[in-house]
Structure formats: C-alpha cells, structure tokens
Design a protein around this ligand. Structure first.
Ligand SMILES: [Fe+2]
Ligand SMILES: [Fe+2]
Length: 282
C-alpha cells in the first residue's frame, strides 16, 4: 500500500476567552446549538486521548516513512486539540455547561471499551470517529452558512482551526488501520457501533444539559425556534449524511472526498500572510 504525501504538522497555537467575551448562548444566540457544541467540545479531549492511544499502539508496525511522519503529525495535532478544548471546556463549565461531567463520562466509556475489545477494533473505532470529525469539519469549511451559524467569537476560531486539522489528517488513522491488516468487515462494524454511540451520546447529553442546566430550555418560544432552525442546519443536510454513510461502502477511503482545494484555501485563510489566526500562533 502506497501512502501519498500529505502535509500533517503540528501548529503551536493558543486560544483565549477573556472574561465576559462569551454570552451564555455563545453559538450565535442559539439555544440547542450552544449545548451541542459544548457537548462536542467536552467529548474531544477524552476522545482525542483515545485516538492517540489507539494509533500509538500500532505505530511501530507502520513501516512506510511517509505514514510514519503523518502519524507523528496526527498525534501532535490531536494532543494540541485536546489541550485547547480543555481550556474552552473550563470556560463553558463556568458559564453553566456540564462539560466536566460529559468529559468524565466519555473518558470512562472509552477506557471501558479499551479493556473489553481488541486493539485493532479500537483502531477501527478511531478511524470511524475520524470520519465523523472530518465530515463535520469539511461541512463547516465548505459552507458559508455553517460558518455564519458559529457567530464571530473565539469559539468560531478554535473550531475553524480544529476543522482544518481534522481535514488535513483525516486519512491517517484509516491508513494505519489498513497498514496493520484491519479487515473491511471490522471497519464497517466499528463504524456502526461508533455511530450509535456518538449519536446517542450527543442527543442524550444535549437533552440532559438543556434540561438541568439552562432555564432558557423551558421557554417554549426559544426552544421551538431553535429546534426549527436545527431542521435546516447545514450540518444535518443530505450531503453530510451521504458523506457519512459512504464509509460503509466496500473499499471506501477518506480521500474519496477530495479535500485538496479546501485545505489549501483554509491554510491561507487562517495561517497565510494575512491569516486571521496568525496572531494565535505561539
Ligand atoms: Fe481533533
Ligand atoms: Fe482527528
């Protein structure tokens, strides 16, 4: 298996959330989306730790120097994502979102899975979840209406940076899984199991978060308006669902969805000479 060259490198970056810079419903004033993004952000640090452990366990069996370099970049990127999301999660916790509880639950669930299933299935889980993050990331990067939904705060900045790097490294865990002889059957099962787990987690945790931490959830006008907007959310559009489902195709590869142009454009947009996040690099 020949792995094509991909530029996957770790950026040293820092995001800050000065006190008072985020209002309670920091995702453009939207009730449900603010809770969903908080749940996802709380899921990232334990999830990314799990990805790193799953890939690292097989890293010494990777012989292709190109893939070895990508694995190093992947680990560096995911470690940085985790660290920066911990920072955001602390701020969200102070604002009333139950990010600590969600993170603790996800950490427990993934460590429990690790004890019960073979390492190769953990790698299949990782590749599957990376397909989710890459698909959502590419939706965000390619649709202006998705970007508008995030408003104009530091949360938008961290999510754009995270999205770019998820798209940059989207094939790494997948290629490691293939390189160590993971089967198509296990890959598909890994995806099905993680789909149930992830969707169940996001819906369940969002409902609990809204019901127990936010009085605005009991305002019928706000709730209905927010649920109505969700129906037309670019993140739930048909193309997103199709890209997700494509993973179960025989012989699927993340590069089937070519991201070369998208990644190039956002590297310039965020980190080029006039990049909007250049001042965040340390
Ligand atoms: Fe990440
Ligand atoms: Fe990732």
């Amino acid at each position: 298996m020949e792995v094509p060259h991909r530029d996957v490198h770790t950026r040293r970056i820092r995001f800050t959330y000065p006190a008072g810079s985020l209002r309670r419903h920091y995702v453009d004033g939207d009730l449900v989306m603010s809770h969903v993004v908080a749940v996802l952000s709380a899921t990232f640090p334990p999830g990314e730790d799990f990805f790193v452990r799953s890939v690292r366990r097989y890293a010494d069996r990777v012989t292709d120097p190109e893939l070895q370099a990508q694995v190093r970049g992947f680990i560096g990127q995911e470690v940085t994502h985790g660290r920066e999301h911990v920072e955001l999660n602390e701020r969200l916790q102070e604002m009333g979102y139950p990010t600590r509880k969600v993170s603790a639950f996800v950490k427990w669930a993934l460590e429990d899975a690790e004890k019960r299933v073979p390492g190769r299935l953990c790698l299949a889980y990782t590749a599957a979840l990376e397909h989710y993050t890459a698909t959502i990331a590419e939706c965000l990067l390619s649709k202006p209406e998705a970007q508008r939904l995030l408003g104009d705060t530091e949360v938008r900045n961290i999510l754009l940076w995270h999205a770019l790097e998820e798209s940059e490294h989207k094939a790494v865990a997948f290629d490691v899984y293939r390189a160590v002889g993971g089967t198509e059957r296990m890959r598909r099962w890994g995806f099905r199991i993680m789909s149930v787990g992830l969707i169940g987690l996001v819906i369940g945790a969002t409902k609990l978060s809204m019901a127990f931490t936010d009085r605005a959830s009991y305002n019928p006008v706000r709730l209905l308006r927010s649920l109505w907007a969700l129906r037309r959310s670019p993140f739930l559009a048909r193309d997103v669902r199709e890209q997700l489902r494509a993973y179960t195709r025989d012989g699927f590869h993340p590069d089937d969805f070519d991201n070369t142009e998208l990644v190039e454009r956002w590297r310039t947009e965020l980190f080029g000479p006039d990049g909007r996040l250049r001042d965040h690099l340390t």
